[in-house]
Design a protein around this ligand. Structure first.
Ligand code: ADP
Ligand code: F6P
Length: 320
């Protein structure tokens, strides 16, 4: 391939910029040209595409967000939308694309690959909910941000001897909530993958209160049915412990990427370019048991991600 494109799609994640930088620099070092596609698949449809040179990715490795912008693009899910995208690839001389995003973005990459534009997916989402890979870019930074925020909450929760019920992101998955919950020593963690009722949380609070615990942190994944306000109200009514609800929200998506995210993004971006250089598309770059591999997109999308049930049990055991 002579020219490849790169885009970021879906929710942004810290480390996406490091991935873009890696893609641009790796491709140029292999003698290829790179086109930056703006606003996710929208840019492909609208022709919002510009060449990227070595220095265009200077000073971005340490920045959160994505300099290419990101978006969710409904039109791309239609036959007509994809055809316009394919036509634009031809117009701009783009022979293959690195798509940095989540499962939804990979579905788009699969569709484009089927239409003759080989694409390689790079997993980028704070949720770490992509089954084909043990790690997604942004997860580590988001966990660290959530942990820092909850550490702050702990101070005031402790002073008032209250219960703080904290919602963390993760869409339908509880990976972010579990790891954050362990890191902050939460008394209880509620995730969509494991049945655990507010009554169970109240029992845990009672047991630990009898053993001298005076304040309580409950971490709740956003995918759990009840809202943190409802849960806090119920806890206060049932245990008598004054409770407050906090939604961490989009702060978890921003900020300087951690070492792990910068390094993973750098490796994964490079691996994606290696594939396109060899003319190989329809693949997703994955982190599997400590090494970077790649899988067929279709097969990757069929996989189911196991939840860390052992981690969940350990969290319960050590928070008594
Ligand atoms: P993520 O990539 O983080 O999972 P989304 O699910 O929002 O985020 O998907 C991002 C974009 O990928 C969508 O806005 C759309 O443009 C594209 N996309 C998602 N699903 C499909 C699909 N089934 N077919 C084609 N494109 C899709
Ligand atoms: O997928 C990343 C994520 O931040 C999820 O954790 C969350 O459910 C969703 O995106 C929020 O999306 P939006 O930015 O559209 O509100």
């Amino acid at each position: 391939m002579k020219t490849i494109g790169v885009l970021t799609s879906g929710g942004d994640a810290p480390g996406m910029n490091a991935a873009v930088r890696s893609v641009v620099r790796s491709a140029i070092s292999m003698g290829m040209n790179v086109m930056g596609i703006h606003h996710g698949y929208n840019g492909l449809i609208k022709g919002d595409i510009e060449p990227m040179k070595l220095r265009d990715v200077s000073e971005i490795i340490h920045r959160g967000g994505t300099v290419l912008y990101t978006a969710r693009c409904k039109e791309f899910k239609t036959e007509e939308g994809i055809q316009i995208a394919v036509d634009n690839c031809k117009k701009f001389g783009i022979e293959g694309i690195v798509v940095i995003g989540g499962d939804g973005s990979f579905r788009g990459a699969r569709d484009l690959s089927l239409k003759g534009i080989p694409c390689v997916g790079v997993p980028g989402t704070i949720d770490n909910d992509i089954a084909s890979t043990d790690y997604t870019i942004g997860f580590d930074t988001a966990m660290n941000t959530a942990m820092e925020m909850v550490d702050r909450l702990r101070d005031t929760t402790q002073s008032h001897e209250r219960c703080s019920v904290v919602e963390v992101m993760g869409r339908h998955a509880g990976h972010l909530a579990l790891q954050t919950g362990i890191a902050v020593g939460a008394v209880a963690i509620m995730v969509p993958e494991i049945p655990y009722s507010v009554d169970d949380v109240c029992k845990k609070i009672e047991i630990t209160r009898q053993k001298g615990k005076e304040h309580f942190i409950v971490v709740v994944a956003e995918g759990v049915e009840k809202t943190v306000s409802e849960i806090a109200k119920e806890i206060e009514e049932k245990t008598g412990v004054e409770s407050r609800a906090t939604v961490l929200g989009h702060v978890q998506r921003g900020g300087r990427p951690t070492v792990r995210d910068r390094v993973m993004a750098s490796y994964m971006g490079n691996a994606a370019v290696e594939l396109l250089y060899q003319g190989i598309g329809n693949r997703v770059v994955c982190y599997d048991k400590g090494i970077i591999i790649n899988r067929d997109i279709y097969e990757a999308l069929q996989m189911k991600k196991p939840f860390d049930v052992d981690g969940y049990r350990i969290a319960d055991t050590i928070s008594r």
